[in-house]
Design a protein around this ligand. Structure first.
Ligand code: NI
Length: 177
C-alpha cells in the first residue's frame, strides 16, 4: 500500500503525452496499479491517471461506488485501462461539472462527447471494449485526456463556470477526477 503525492497543475509532467505500455502482468505494472488505486481511494477521487503520480505511461483507473455522500452519482465499475483508444459515437456534447485531483479546490463546466466506445486492456493484457454514455463516458474522457497532457481547464468553453469548489458548491461538491 502506497499513497503517492498527486502532481498539481503547473507541473510540466502533466503536459506530456504518456508512453505506450509494452509489457503486461509485470511486477512494476501491478505495483503502479496498486499505488494508483491506493492514492485514488485516499483522495476519494473518481479516477486517476499514471502521469498524475509522475509515471509516464498510458494507464488510467476509474470507478464510482454507491456513496451516500453522492446519492445522485452514477455507478461506474472499477476499471483499469491501459493503452486506451476512444471513439466518439456522436457529435453531441454534454456540459457538466468536473474537478481534478491535480487542480485541487476548483470546479469547472466541461463539454464532453455524450457517448463513446473505448478499447484497451487491463494490466494483464485482457481486452476491454465498452460503449458508454453519461458520467461513465465523461470520466473516461477526463482520464484519457491526462495521457495526452490535457487538463480539464484547457477544455472549458465558458470561464464564468470555472471557480472555487466551496464558493460554487457551499453544500455538496461533485467528485474529483
Ligand atoms: Ni484529473
Amino acid at each position: 500500500m502506497a499513497i503517492k503525492p498527486v502532481l498539481r497543475m503547473g507541473d510540466p509532467r502533466l503536459l506530456e503525452v504518456a508512453r505506450t505500455v509494452k509489457e503486461f502482468s509485470t511486477p512494476e505494472l501491478n505495483a503502479l496499479i496498486r499505488d494508483m488505486h491506493d492514492t485514488m481511494e485516499a483522495q476519494e477521487g473518481a479516477g486517476l491517471a499514471a502521469p498524475q503520480i509522475g509515471v509516464d505511461l498510458q494507464v488510467v483507473i476509474f470507478g464510482v461506488k454507491r456513496n451516500p455522500r453522492y446519492p445522485d452519482a452514477e455507478e461506474v465499475p472499477y476499471t483499469v485501462l491501459v493503452n486506451p483508444e476512444l471513439q466518439p459515437l456522436t457529435q453531441e456534447m454534454e456540459q457538466d461539472w468536473e474537478g481534478c485531483l491535480s487542480v485541487p479546490g476548483m470546479r469547472g463546466m466541461v463539454p464532453r462527447f455524450a457517448r463513446l466506445r473505448y478499447q484497451g486492456s487491463d494490466q494483464y493484457g485482457r481486452f476491454i471494449d465498452r460503449t458508454v454514455g453519461g458520467f461513465h463516458a465523461r470520466v473516461v474522457q477526463h482520464e484519457c485526456d491526462h495521457l495526452q497532457g490535457i487538463l480539464y481547464p484547457m477544455r472549458i468553453t465558458d470561464f464564468r463556470t470555472f471557480g472555487f469548489t466551496d464558493v460554487l458548491f457551499p453544500d455538496q461538491a461533485p467528485m474529483d477526477e
